[in-house]
Design a protein around this ligand. Structure first.
Ligand code: ADP
Length: 505
């Protein structure tokens, strides 16, 4: 009887289930969107029951499509939107409030207040958790729910209320309430977890007024997390199957891209871009705005990742299409960009919502610079694609500097990585190879790989390396002089948009 690995990917806008075979190929999948709730400007919530229901529906559909019979699933992995926060009752398993989504800005003023109240706060958080304090991370979201729901604080203190990121929530439900756990990568994004000792930090929990009895057990990403309950309608075929891996979405993609060695690096080109570098078994605390997390742990070894993001990646192309109406389809951007031999001095800085590392300038705004009377829409399309690649260059160079690793290949995936022009330009400007994966779903695949290693479905990392297929390898092909000139102009362009929105004192 053929066996398979099942992965559950609970994302920000949809849930997915995918079934993988020994050759690493997906044999069946299902995906279901769910409602986004925006109760106030800047607030984002999900109904935790929607997350659970869509996950179950997807598993059922995927199992049916692949005609899976009991005994055919060797193990299960869970990957998820990170930071999103859920609190539920221990006795009933019922959520006490909607999930507060990572994007939600409701606790931004709270974070500012904490920063102002303790001058050592920022440094302490950085040293212990590897993070730059922000409302994204779970800590202030937990604090907010505890303060807003009447009587909840006292109940939490008595051990009646549990906290979990989405992985914990799905695990709890899947195991019929018997497992309350998470993995180090998800714990790393709460702002409560000490990434050096790999344990919850008492001092930070006290600082955020979070009773430690609410927290899930933090385990290595490859662990025996629990077993599927026999009481879930429609999931009889996987009753009793082990959940052997949990990883947040980005570290899962890093694993799926088989970035197993120190210095291996990947970038996902989606709406935004996420760059992650494997920095080995010792965390590196960034001085210039990158964040560090524990990624995966297997056989007693924990691998850390340095992470940075570009706020506007593929969204820049959407902007050309939807706001400027310069193109009809995202793919037209490439066609247009290739009609001109160079950018003719035009630079587009897509700082629509500020700039992340290494600039960290929330007041920067977008601009198109270097226009002449001869500039055409083709130059603007080209500048847009180049602008995304320059931002990834900035992150990759910073990572090289902080990790002391020289990169030779950037592995890439995500919706916007289909742009041939952008990938070639990325290789040129980085002066390294860009290796685009054939597999579209590196996230689901990554968590399946890790679980499969744990339960012996796959033998070792070398076997997994062989399962990855390169779609296209882009080799650098640009004169060094040209590269340096372009980079200098990009830096100049970025400097012109700095602090644009800053209010004068
Ligand atoms: P997310 O997971 O963030 O929703 P995806 O990985 O699905 O994003 O990628 C979608 C993004 O890719 C969109 O912002 C879109 O503009 C961009 N995109 C899609 N096709 C192309 C293309 N041919 N060239 C450039 N960008 C593209």
């Amino acid at each position: 009887m053929e066996k398979y690995m099942l992965s559950i990917d609970q994302g920000t806008t949809s849930s997915r289930a995918m079934i993988f075979g020994k050759d690493g190929a997906c044999v069946a999948s299902a995906q279901e969107p769910f409602e986004q709730h925006f109760p106030k400007p800047g607030w984002v919530e999900h109904d935790p029951e929607d997350l659970w229901r869509t996950v179950c529906d997807c598993i059922r559909q995927a199992l049916a499509k692949a005609n899976i019979r009991p005994g055919q699933i060797a193990g299960i992995g869970i990957t998820n939107q990170r930071e999103t926060t859920i609190l539920w009752e221990k006795n009933t398993g019922r959520p006490v409030y909607n999930a507060i989504v990572w994007q939600c800005r409701r606790t931004a003023p709270l974070v500012e207040k904490l920063k102002a109240s303790d001058p050592e706060f920022v440094e302490k958080v950085r040293e212990k958790t590897g993070l730059v304090p922000d409302a994204y991370f779970s800590a202030t979201k937990i604090q907010w729910i505890l303060e807003e729901v009447p009587g909840l604080k006292a109940r939490a203190g008595q051990g009646e209320i549990l906290f979990g990121t989405v992985d914990s929530w799905i695990l709890y439900r899947l195991t019929g309430g018997t497992s309350h756990a998470t993995d180090y990568s998800n714990a790393s994004r709460t702002m409560l977890f000490n990434i050096s000792t790999l344990s919850w930090d008492e001092e930070l929990c006290r600082f955020f007024h979070i009773p430690m009895c609410m927290l899930p057990q933090a385990l290595p990403g490859a662990s025996e997390f629990g077993y599927v309950s026999t009481d879930i309608p429609g999931l009889e075929a996987i009753a009793g199957v082990g959940i052997y891996s949990i990883l947040g979405d980005q570290p899962a993609a890093l694993f799926g891209q088989t970035c197993f060695d120190r210095g291996d690096i990947k970038n996902t080109y989606g709406t935004g871009c996420f760059t992650l570098m494997n920095v080995g078994e010792t965390p590196i605390i960034s001085r210039r705005g990158l964040v560090t997390s524990a990624a995966w742990s297997i056989e007693g070894k924990t691998t850390y990742a340095l992470e940075g993001s570009v706020f506007n990646g593929g969204s820049t192309i959407q902007w050309l299409r939807d706001e400027l109406k310069l193109i009809d389809h995202a793919s037209d951007c490439d066609v247009l960009a290739e009609t001109v031999p160079d950018n003719a001095g035009v630079y587009l800085v897509p700082a629509f919502s500020g700039l992340g590392a290494p600039y960290w300038d929330m007041y920067a705004r977008g601009a198109i610079l270097g226009l002449t009377r001869g500039s055409t829409k083709a130059h603007i399309a080209r500048a847009a694609l180049e602008g995304i690649a320059y931002q990834v260059y900035d992150l990759v160079s910073l990572m090289e500097e902080e990790s002391d690793c020289q990169i030779t290949t950037l592995k890439v995936d995500g919706g916007a990585s289909v742009s041939r022009f952008m990938m070639q330009f990325q290789a040129d400007i980085l002066n390294c190879k860009v290796d685009r994966a054939k597999e579209r779903e590196t996230t689901s695949q990554g968590v399946a790989y890790l679980g499969g290693l744990f339960c012996g479905y796959w033998k070792d990392m070398d076997e997994l390396r062989n399962l990855r297929h390169c779609d296209t390898l882009f080799a650098a092909n640009m004169q060094e002089e040209t590269r340096q000139k372009l980079l200098a102009n990009w830096k100049k362009a970025v400097s012109r948009v700095a602090s644009w929105e800053e209010k004068e004192e």
